[in-house]
Design a protein around this ligand. Structure first.
Ligand SMILES: [Zn+2]
Length: 360
């Protein structure tokens, strides 16, 4: 909270930007689309096609009920195309359109030791769950970024010529990204095509947080009774999050860590829409009209969302475009969008409605 320059829910406008919690991810997009429908109806007297809004309030906690909802309301949800909930401008100001999302297998590992924390002099004879969990983690991934769970990569789809060509054309401003985060290099010193390939088409294994023993100010000599780590695996087509969880469980068992509990949280399938479909063509054609430049196409977003459940699983192509920008700071202090981007985003959605109706 103290890292915000204005109250997160005040939606303050400063220097042409709206600062608010969720303004880029994703209230700005939602309200821009409502505004587009409103404006279109006001000017043309009605919509040329049906527009349905699916507003999912549980996305950030893994969309636990969305599948059930889609299955129960299949006809209500069915559509010729979907404009997904997020979208951004690149660092150079061009619009980015993306055509899929990575999946997710989010797991917490819990390693338990003695039934109480104790004086660390006992560590000479009593096993420390923090070390055990570190050793277990050490078997999962090596510094070369390779994940060592047996079968983990088996379902990773190989790349076609089109996929590689899409990567080549995809904008990714390495310098601005490094500068924004105060870094000198990317992992493994990657750049160019291999960097983009890793970002878009490679799965990850990430330690999101590790907790054990005393982590407050100063020192306290304690032998922890428990250690916990939150891990997320971002998955790519055609990896299956439930299968990855089973493989992780087997991996731990086979490496002598059967005692470590694995608690599954979010299980999201990766999703992809081919770059060539009627909706994609509409989005690109209208983007040129509204933004004045060619949008950059991103074959998949490295982020995750329940796109597979809502779209690909029932044959709906999905394209992501929206009102955020490269430095929108989603999930972080001073999240913001530019007022001009917001207005352009409204116009873009209205133009897509008009164009897609004619195409269909
Ligand atoms: Zn989010």
């Amino acid at each position: 909270m103290e890292l915000w320059d204005s109250p997160p829910f005040a939606a303050e406008i400063r220097d042409g930007r709206i600062y608010a919690r969720g303004v880029a991810d994703n209230k700005g997009n939602l309200s821009a689309r409502l505004a587009a429908v409103h404006a279109y109806t006001a000017v043309r007297g009605g919509l040329p096609l049906n527009v349905k809004f699916v507003i999912e309030g549980e996305e950030e906690i893994g969309s636990l009920h969305l599948r059930e909802f889609v299955d129960a309301h299949r006809e209500l949800v069915q559509a010729d195309g979907c404009i997904w909930e997020f979208g951004y401008k690149n660092a150079d100001g061009s619009l980015q359109a993306s055509f899929g999302v990575k999946g997710m297998c989010y797991v917490e590992l819990v390693c338990r030791g003695a039934n109480t924390e104790m004086h660390s002099s006992h560590a000479a004879v009593i096993e420390n769950p923090a070390w055990r969990l570190i050793w277990a983690l050490n078997t999962l991934k090596t510094p070369d970024e390779r994940i060592h769970i047996k079968g983990f990569y088996d379902k990773v789809a190989s790349l076609s010529e089109t996929d590689i060509e899409a990567l080549r054309q995809m904008a990714y401003d390495e310098e601005s990204t490094l500068e924004k985060f105060g870094l000198d290099s990317f992992v493994l010193g990657l750049s160019g095509l291999p960097l983009k390939e890793k970002l878009i088409y490679q799965p990850t294994c990430t330690v999101c947080g590790f907790q054990s023993g005393y982590t407050g100010q100063g020192k306290k000599t304690v032998l922890p009774s428990e250690a916990r780590v939150k891990l997320d695996f971002r998955l790519v087509p055609d990896q299956d999050p439930f299968e990855i969880f089973r493989l992780l469980r087997r991996h731990l068992d086979e490496h002598g860590f059967a005692d470590i509990e694995a608690i599954p949280y979010t299980m999201t399938y990766p999703a992809r829409t081919p770059l060539d479909n009627a909706l994609a063509r509409s989005v690109v054609r209208t983007a040129k009209q509204i933004y004045g430049t060619e949008p950059t196409l991103k074959p998949m977003s490295p982020a995750t969302g329940p796109m597979y459940i809502l779209c690909q699983r029932i044959g709906i192509p999905a394209v992501s475009v929206g009102v955020g920008h490269f430095a929108s700071n989603n999930h972080a202090p001073n999240e913001n969008i530019a007022v001009d981007d917001y207005i352009q985003g409204i116009k873009h959605i209205a133009a897509i409605i008009e164009d897609f109706a004619i195409q269909e």
